[in-house]
Design a protein around this ligand. Sequence first.
Ligand code: KG4
Ligand code: ZN
Length: 361
Amino acid sequence: MYQNIAEEKFNNLVKNHKNKDILILGIESSCDETSMAVVKNGREVLSNVIASQIDIHKRFGGVVPEVASRNHLMAVNNVLTEALEKANVTLKDIDAIAVTYGAGLMGALMVGVTYAKSLAFALDIPLIKVNHIKGHISANYIATPTLEPPFMALVVSGGHTAIVKVADYTSNQLVGSTVDDAIGEAYDKVAKVLGLGYPGGPVIDKTAKEGEADLKFVRSDALKSTYNFSYSGLKTAVINYLHNLEQHGKTPNIPNVCASFQAEAVDVLVEKSIKACKKFKMKTLAVAGGVAANSYLRKELTAAGEKNGIQVLFPPMVLCTDNAAMIGAEGYFSLINGVNLADTELTATPNLHLKYDVLKK
Ligand code: KG4
Ligand code: ZN
C-alpha cells in the first residue's frame, strides 16, 4: 500500500517538478555526523543541522563505530526538530526524504536509514536512496547554482580519492582513483603518529602553515602516467622517517613534517586533476569531500585552474565535510530524473560503490 502511494507521488513530482517547489528532507548518518537538512529545489538550503561527534571520538583517537551508532540514536529526534524549525516548515511540507544508505559504518548508516524509512512510511511520501559520494559531489550544485553537468569532479574524503567525470546528473565515469588508501585516511594516520589527534586533516592543515616543505618523502613513480593515486607509500615514508629520528634520539620538526607531507599529498591531486580536465576537455573542476576543506589544496588548485583556464569550484567548508544538505541536493536531482526511489526493503550498505559508465574520451 505505502509503496504504491510513494511511487505515484514520486512520478507526479517527476512530471511536475518544473511547476512546483520541491522540499526534500536530507538525512546523513554514515560516520560521525548526525545531520538533517531541508533543501528546496536541490539548490537552496533552508536548514542544515549537523550534530558532530568529533569531540566524543577525539579521546579514542578515531571513530569508534559502536559509539557512533549510539550517539546517532540519541541525536536524531532533536536534529529533526531543529532542522524543521530552522527551515520554518513542518513535516507536512516535506515532499520526499533522501537518505545516505552507503558507504559508511554499518551501525551508523542503519540509524539514518531506519529513521528515514519510518518517516517516509508514516508520512506516505517517497524515499530516495543516496550514495554518500554522489552527495559530496552534489554539494557543488548548492554552492554554485549555475553548475550543470558535464564537469570534472575531484572527490577527496576520508574514504575516497577519485577523479570522476560527471557526464550527467545520473551518469558518472571514472577517470582515476586511489589504488590503496584515501587521502583523508593518510592525513588521519599521519596526524595520529605525530600525536596531533583526530581528525588529522584540519590540524595538519593548520600546523603546516608554520612549517616549510623541506623534506622529501619518496613517492613511487609507478602511477606517474596514469590518473591514479597511491597514499599508502607516502604514509609509510612519513612513519619510517619519524621512527628513524626516534631511534637516533632526535625530535622531528612537526610543522615541517606536516608541510612536506601535505605538499606530497596535494601536489599530485592538483597535477592529475588539471591534466584530466585538459584531456577530457572539461572547463570546470568541482572539488568534493572533507579534504576539499584543505587550505593548501584550495590555494594550489585555484592557482593551477587560473593558469590553465579551468574554473575550479570548492563548496564552503560546511558543505565539504559530512552534512545532509548535500544529500538533499543529490536526492532532488535523482528525483527529477526519475531514479533511486527506494522501498521499505532498503538496507544500509557499508561497502556501496559508485556505479560508473564507460569513460568516453
Ligand atoms: O567527507 P568526510 O567528512 O567524510 C568521509 O566521507 O570520509 O571527510 C573526512 C576527512 C577526514 O579524513 C579529515 O581528516 C579530512 O576529511 N579533512 C581534511 C580537512 N578537513 C577535513 N583534510 C585536510 N585538510 C582539511 N582542512
Ligand atoms: Zn563524507
